[in-house]
Design a protein around this ligand. Structure first.
Ligand SMILES: *Cc1c(COP(=O)(O)O)cnc(C)c1O
Length: 229
């Protein structure tokens, strides 16, 4: 029972050390606890240990967990961080608080139309393909600014920033290069007038590199819940 709480403490200590090394304030980096593949009980434990932001990759799994944890709903923030198809946007717009993985204007338009008006605006990040591989999900770098400005003008949404999932590499210098690319894109969007505040990057293996490159939200799963099968 103590393991999840212990792992959260260790993860927060890692984040604090990385912030100190980068001369950043610990409170400027948010922890998103990635609960994909783990059950509602594991989320309850993390919640009891003081966490309230959870990330899910698969829409249906996330919806099931949101339902199972309905008693905690008011105190939780649910973030979708995995692929979103058009046929799932209605449920996501109604149930989630954030979507990090918007990779097409059309998906943002549907979320905007389908966000129930009684809820606060849905918080969005655009997922960017910084590695340039055809196989990777995310918006291509080329044309990103046009999509960002179009999304920022949609009602019932708030564009908060950018997200990426770089190719896993072991070397911290290479990790930092990938995160630096997303940071530079973020900075150029801010210069173009968009009021962005979120750089969603860094996972269990590379959160130090991400924090060194100005991540404001790290998404951590296996360091907290253990390996996924
Ligand atoms: C699974 C996942 C994470 C968390 O990965 P860990 O290596 O377990 O920390 C973060 N972001 C996304 C998009 C993921 O799919």
């Amino acid at each position: 029972m103590a393991t999840i709480a212990h792992n959260i403490q260790q993860t927060r200590a890692r984040m604090a050390r990385a912030c100190a090394a980068a001369s950043r304030r610990a409170e400027d980096v948010t922890l998103l606890v990635v609960s994909k593949t783990f059950g509602a009980g594991a989320v309850r434990e993390a919640c009891a240990a003081g966490e309230h932001r959870f990330g899910e990759n698969y829409v249906q799994e996330g919806l099931d967990k949101i339902t199972a944890l309905a008693d905690l709903r008011a105190g939780l923030e649910w973030h979708l961080i995995g692929p979103l198809q058009s046929n799932k946007t209605r449920a996501v717009a109604a149930q989630f608080d954030w979507v990090h993985s918007v990779d097409r204007l059309k998906i943002a338009q549907r979320l905007s139309e389908q966000r129930p008006p009684q809820l606060p605006p849905l918080q969005l990040c655009l997922q960017v393909n910084t590695s340039g591989e055809m196989s990777k999900s995310g918006l291509p770098v080329e044309g990103l600014a046009d999509v960002a400005h179009a999304v920022a003008s949609l009602p019932r949404l708030r564009l908060r920033g950018l997200m990426a999932v770089p190719e896993p590499v072991a070397d911290i210098t290479a990790q930092r290069q990938a995160h630096a690319r997303l940071r530079q894109l973020f900075e150029s969007l801010v210069r173009s007038g968009l009021p962005l505040d979120t750089l969603s990057m860094g996972m269990t293996a590379d959160l130090e590199a991400a924090i060194a490159e100005s991540a404001t939200m790290v998404r951590v799963g296996s360091a907290i819940f253990g390996p996924r099968v």
